[in-house]
Design a protein around this ligand. Sequence first.
Ligand code: SF4
Length: 375
Amino acid sequence: MESVIERMQRIDAKKRIADFMVKEKQDYSFKVKYAKIRAREFVDECEKRNFNYHVSVGGLDSITLFVFLRSIGIDAPGISVSYLEDSSIQKVHKLLGIERLYSALKPDGTHWNKQEVLQTFGFPVLSKEIASKIELLANPSDKNKTVRHAIVTGETGEYGGNQKNSRMKMSQKWLKKFGGYANDEEGVNYDIPTFKVSARCCYYLKEKPCDDWAKEHNSVPFLGLMASEGGRRAKSLRINGCNYFGKSTIRSAPFAIFNRQDLLQLALDLKVPIPDIYGEIVKDENGLLRTTGAQRTGCSMCGFGIHLEKRPHRFDQLAVRNIKEWQFWMTSCVTDEMTGEKYGWGRVLDYIGVGWTLETNPLIQEGKNGGDGQD
Ligand code: SF4
């Protein structure tokens, strides 16, 4: 079987990345023209291959994509698991006629909700990539043996090109906290948390319903992804480009070469309805566009990236918006299967060293002190 490294060499991944990054440095009008061409090409190719196409809509980026496609005459229907989004985003989805989907079905025919996903699979924390690795370590099988070994040691085996220190290895900091599932097999001495970790929340709540809809409608998605936002998908966007017709994945990301500034400028140019949660798009003193409210959104009770956020972090903000909801998610959204005790995100955040209590919540303490910062 071809190794990952051999594949990268065969497709000349380095050159592809370099070429893509040249396009990322072009100006706004080049990028908008480029996006139009790529979007139309994608539609043509879909027509040749007998596929329908749609837009997977969430926050501002994909709302802008939806409006952009309409503006160039591409009437792709929009779909979204809208109820997971902020109510102001839901309003805009409604205004634009986005089709509302519900989370995936459980075997009993009802829909998964977030609480059930946390209880059954575990908490989405740190990052999608790290959470998936922890989940693999916690669920050992013969099939995932090589991957688990790579996660703990960095040694990838033959398929991964026999690398010794690959990026598959989890950082030492998180191995120490979560690597204990592999203690016996790898002869290490790491800890095991008293809660489960999983990256499957997005899958059951968002991805599967969209995938199922796509299958049912023989449709492939336009996505509002931008390589400049980094993360797991940046590299594959740079290697595969805006339009990708792979064996198992077909997608178009016409904004792949955009940065935040381009996206906000386009939202202004197209008069995109901006959900209230973002506030307005304004120019700051350095001439850079920004939103006056949230810069990005997502589910409010998500732990991905929480360890990188400064306080007041998203959970602190929820405490101010809705203390009852905060209490529920922090202290009692799931049940400990060993002890029967109720617990929540508080246990998870304590374990990874992120503060969360009301006594240390800067927003609440400011309020108590009259907001002047003086004791
Ligand atoms: S963004 Fe976070 S909370 Fe929302 S569905 Fe995905 S993993 Fe779950």
